[in-house]
Design a binder for this molecule. Structure first.
Ligand SMILES: C=CC1=C(C)c2cc3[nH]c(cc4nc(cc5[nH]c(cc1n2)c(C)c5CCC(=O)O)C(CCC(=O)O)=C4C)c(C)c3C=C
Ligand SMILES: [Fe+2]
Ligand SMILES: [Fe+2]
Length: 337
């Protein structure tokens, strides 16, 4: 293969210290793909108002998980592991991490990509399902940077949109779910509860976001591949968490769905975070602390959560394989998880 190959992993980013929270939130709300305001010049002033009003709650949440987001460290580890798997298969690629709202910012990654003289670049958002608000926003930002820079335009860029239907990803999720099911006294009685990060309903109904349908297909794919026959008990749910602001978000909301299951007599609940592949504030604080309490109060006493994939070897191998396929590298049949 000629030229120098790079892989750019795109992710959201998270505040590393409590002092970072305000600026992180400002960056997030200043993104029109996160809040769509009708008057563009109001975006920044309104972002600073919302960031200032949300910062105290958000800081309190980050305080509960040790004072910052683990996202940078986990994403950098994923990058190193992918790079190693690629090397083992003879693909001499350098992996870069570009975050949308915190360090290392996408611009920092691009500066390194240029410095290193990369000639072929695979862009891989670390979100299994595509949303306008996540992968869409990061790719849009890249497109804008590319448009301004002839040096970047000379790079052959291969952009992946979503990959929730990959068999390796599904297999890795199943391993994690299966392992947790075995911790329950009666694994067959456990209700499997997929909790995805929500988006406002109008993203789907008005702007055509494929997020909800990709999420539903993803959950179907995982359930079909799961060893036991859960369909039989109708024993799984997909609900949406983490809504912010006054608008309507995708339903059912996680909190209400948990309460409804408790009313139906469910006593064993296994929560599966599904929209994000790393531990982060919404798994460590929102699910592990808030939703556990909701479940407990509603009478669900056996509550557990599946860990995020992080650097699960089957998952990392699958992403490396996806990258090789995108590069047109001869079938990576040699990859054995
Ligand atoms: C697939 C995952 C995500 C979607 C879709 C998404 C949409 C989305 N998010 C907000 C607002 C906030 N998100 C925040 C943090 C945050 N969001 C995601 C993922 C998705 N967001 C992650 C992984 C994280 C946490 C990063 C970390 O620090 O570990 C926050 C800040 C935290 C808080 O104050 O609660 C906000 C705010 C909107 C409005 C939106 C869709 C339009
Ligand atoms: Fe979010
Ligand atoms: Fe939250």
């Amino acid at each position: 293969m000629s030229g120098r190959v790079g892989v750019l992993l795109l992710n959201l980013g998270g505040p590393e210290k409590l002092e970072d929270v305000y600026l992180f939130l400002y960056n997030l709300f200043a993104d029109p793909e996160i809040i769509r305001l009708p008057i563009p010049f109001l975006q920044k002033p309104i972002a600073s108002l919302i960031a200032a009003s949300r910062a105290p709650i958000s800081q309190e949440n980050y305080r509960m998980i040790g004072g910052g987001s683990p996202l940078r460290q986990i994403t950098e580890e994923q990058g190193e592991n992918i790079e190693n798997v690629l090397q083992r298969h003879g693909v001499d690629a350098k992996v870069y991490v570009g975050m949308r709202y915190w360090h290392p910012y996408t611009e920092e990654a691009i500066a390194k990509i240029k410095q290193d003289g990369i000639t072929r670049l695979v862009v891989l958002p670390l979100y299994p399902q595509y949303s306008i608000s996540t992968s869409g926003s990061s790719i849009k930002q890249l497109d804008a940077i590319w448009e301004q820079d002839p040096e970047l335009q000379a790079i052959e860029r291969i952009t992946i949109n979503s990959w929730y239907d990959r068999s390796g990803y599904i297999r890795a999720m199943n391993e994690l779910i299966d392992a947790k099911l075995q911790d329950f006294a009666e694994p067959d009685n456990v209700h499997i509860f997929f909790s995805a990060h929500g988006v406002p309903v109008k993203y789907v109904t008005k702007y055509g976001d494929p997020y909800q349908s990709e999420m539903e297909n993803c959950v179907d794919g995982i359930m079909k591949a799961l060893r036991r026959d859960h369909q039989r008990y109708n024993a799984h749910t997909l609900a949406y968490q983490s809504r912010v602001g006054p608008v309507e978000w995708l339903q059912p909301y996680t909190e209400e769905a948990i309460k409804n299951l408790a009313k139906r007599g469910v006593n064993d609940l296994l929560v599966v975070p599904i929209s994000f592949v790393s531990e982060h504030i919404e798994t460590l604080q929102e699910i592990d602390i808030e939703y556990r309490e909701v479940a407990e109060e509603a009478g669900i006493h056996n509550f557990d959560r599946v860990p995020a994939l992080n650097s699960h070897p089957i998952f990392i191998n699958d992403l490396a394989e996806l990258i090789m396929e995108s590069l047109g590298t001869p079938k990576a049949a040699a990859i054995v998880a």
